[in-house]
Design a protein around this ligand. Sequence first.
Ligand SMILES: [Zn+2]
Length: 232
Amino acid sequence: MPKLMVDSLAQHIYLSFDDGPLPGTSNCIDICIKEDIAATFFEVGLHQSRSHYGQKLYNRILDNKNLFALCNHSYSHALGKYLDFYHQPDSALFDFIKAKRILKPDNNIARLPGNNAWNTQDAKRASGLVRPLVHKLDSAGFNIIGWDLQWQFNRYGKPVQSPEVIALLVDSLLANQQTKTKNHLVILMHDHMFRTPEDSLKLEKMIALLKMRPHYRFDKLTSYPGLKRGGY
Ligand SMILES: [Zn+2]
């Protein structure tokens, strides 16, 4: 088949790993490098800055810019108190600006802590709770990207669904056009889910299953369609 025809059928998968640097981050990095696939890391400023260990992991992501995008997931991650965080949009905005100073990402993509909000040129979604902050982040030049599918974790922080189930969900969401943008699918995972060798194998397996689908391409979120440019 000519290359152009193949590309026109392409469907884009964006693996995103949240809340690092944390135990598990280095396994996510290793697996993506080994499989030679792109991924996006939404980093928490506090986790990066509080230890030498966090900075080392952060540097490993930056050292692989061909494969990885590093994006802003706030400084404090709301310290888990989401209602307080979103009820004070000015200090929440400052939390993202503080993270930007620490993480120094080369893009203007952010993800809200604990909330699947979207705000790009084309994709909009914000609950009443987060809307004031989304407007402020928008004015400050940020794109906000949520997710289409979450690989959930249980109370021990381990993956809930099997790799096979996740791969089938990817197929079905794309086939039924149930993603935010047609033919583009964002998967949310958390670094800490893959901190044991046993759970890392599940990530490898899921990637291997997706790689078997000929039309799937792995991309960084910096190439997601409809992002606002500039303002950064
Ligand atoms: Zn998070």
